[in-house]
Design a binder for this molecule. Structure first.
Ligand code: NAI
Length: 391
């Protein structure tokens, strides 16, 4: 029988994917270590079993807990007394569903990369399975881990900018501005393959982050969307640029831009929210600052680390203002939020401020539903275009 008492030890973490040369798995491993909540003890790290075992050995994983694939990992872990408490899924999108399903069915909590699945049907099924099994499924919407994003959320909820009117969110990147998928780039290869990435190219890969961020900060639900997708790199099978208009409940209007061909933009995620009495602006490349402007007032820079910030913000902060925190700390905040929820559930108590707003299976489902609606809007309902009489 597995030891499920979590009160006096670190959580035992397993990982699928994230092997040598992979991108996001390494960030998960940093995030798991920084706040001391996890020990990485098992994994099926690579689609190539031999490479996965070599990587496991380099990372001090016991040989009997380095598995050739995720199915062997579920079998090997499920009945161990010291089995993993939670698994992180850091593989390409099309594998998330079968892997998450297998672990949830074995009674193991899941941390799943975004987009949660490649089809809406699978996303619904996974969300329902998480509910039915009572297991936790967290989704790594990285940017909701930033303290100043939590501060923006708290300020909107407190009414500091009044009723929200306009939401502008953009996520431009430059790295796929040429056909690097044909030149051996591992990450671009599966991202441009609809069978592996899902229906939405840039909109699935980074648009889902932007959509989650906008909803997270404003608390608004989308009522309708209209989208225009484009593929600029010749021969690419999926969009590499998307513009989406969003109608939010209560009348607010949104505009979302995702692009993988935006030269000069390394990781330019940016959110601006305009209300009846003020506005907020946050830029991922300068994450320690939040710009707040009151009607007719001068812009005011709110800095991370100050005492007057909200409880949720301060809970996600480690260093005083002037000592920058960034991406790894934001990812750590998600991991610590997941740990807070997993521990609180085991002990039947509230997860406290670290559990606030932590993205879970319904957020994953909403992201996949958004991609589905965007691609449908573009493919099936593009008759809304009108030609100006003079151009
Ligand atoms: P990657 O191509 O760099 O790495 C994928 C890893 O998964 C490789 O080690 C590969 O061998 C392994 N793998 C593939 N199939 C497997 C299987 N069936 N079993 C075990 N291992 C398998 O991909 P990258 O860029 O790290 O993306 C992985 C996931 O993370 C994607 O879902 C992506 O959307 C997401 N992502 C999320 C980010 C975030 O900010 N939250 C940022 C970057 C990626």
């Amino acid at each position: 029988m597995a030891n499920t008492n979590l009160s006096n030890r670190r959580l035992r973490l397993g990982m699928v994917g994230g092997g040598k040369g992979a991108y996001i798995g390494g960030i998960h491993r940093f995030a798991a270590r920084l706040d001391n909540h996890y020990d990485l003890v098992a994994g099926a790290f690579d689609v190539d079993a031999a490479r996965g075992h070599a990587f496991a050995a380099e990372n001090f994983i016991a040989r009997d807990r380095s598995y050739s694939d995720y199915a062997a990992m579920v079998e090997g872990e499920r009945d161990r007394e010291d089995r993993i408490d939670v698994v992180a899924i850091c593989t390409p999108n099309h594998t998330h569903y079968p892997i998450a399903k297998a672990f949830l069915e074995a009674g193991i909590d899941v941390i799943c990369e975004k987009p949660m699945t490649t089809t809406l049907e699978d996303a619904v099924a996974l969300h329902e399975l998480a509910q039915a099994t009572g297991r936790f499924l967290g989704v790594t919407y990285t940017y909701s881990g930033y303290p100043m994003v939590h501060e923006a959320r708290a300020m909107v909820a407190r009414g500091d900018i009044g009723k929200v009117r306009v939401v502008q969110v953009e996520y431009p990147l430059e790295w796929m501005a040429t056909g690097i998928e044909l030149q051996g780039n591992q990450q671009a290869a599966w991202r441009t393959d609809p069978a592996k990435n899902g229906r939405g190219g840039s909109i699935g890969d980074i648009g889902t982050h932007a959509y989650h961020l906008a909803g997270f900060v404003t608390g608004l639900k989308a009522e309708a969307i209209a989208a225009d997708l484009a593929t600029f790199v010749e021969g690419r099978a999926l969009d590499d640029n998307a513009h989406v208009m969003i109608r939010y409940e209560g009348g607010a209007r949104g505009l979302l831009w995702s692009s993988q061909v935006a030269i000069g933009q390394s990781n330019g995620l940016r959110l601006r929210v305009f209300g009846e009495t003020g506005s907020l602006a946050w830029h991922q490349e300068h994450p320690n600052e939040l710009l707040f402007t009151k009607l007719f007032g001068a812009p005011e820079t709110i800095k991370r680390g100050r005492d007057e910030l909200s409880d949720d913000t301060r809970a996600r902060t480690r260093t005083p203002p002037g000592h920058p925190e960034g991406y790894i700390e934001a990812f750590t905040n998600l991991y610590s939020g997941f740990a807070a929820i997993i521990r609180a559930r085991a002990e039947g108590r509230d997860a406290g401020p670290m559990g606030e707003g932590v993205p879970a299976s319904y957020d994953g489902l909403k992201g996949v539903a958004f991609v589905d609606a965007v691609v449908d809007s573009h493919e099936k309902h593009s008759g809304g275009w009108l030609v100006p009489r003079f151009a």
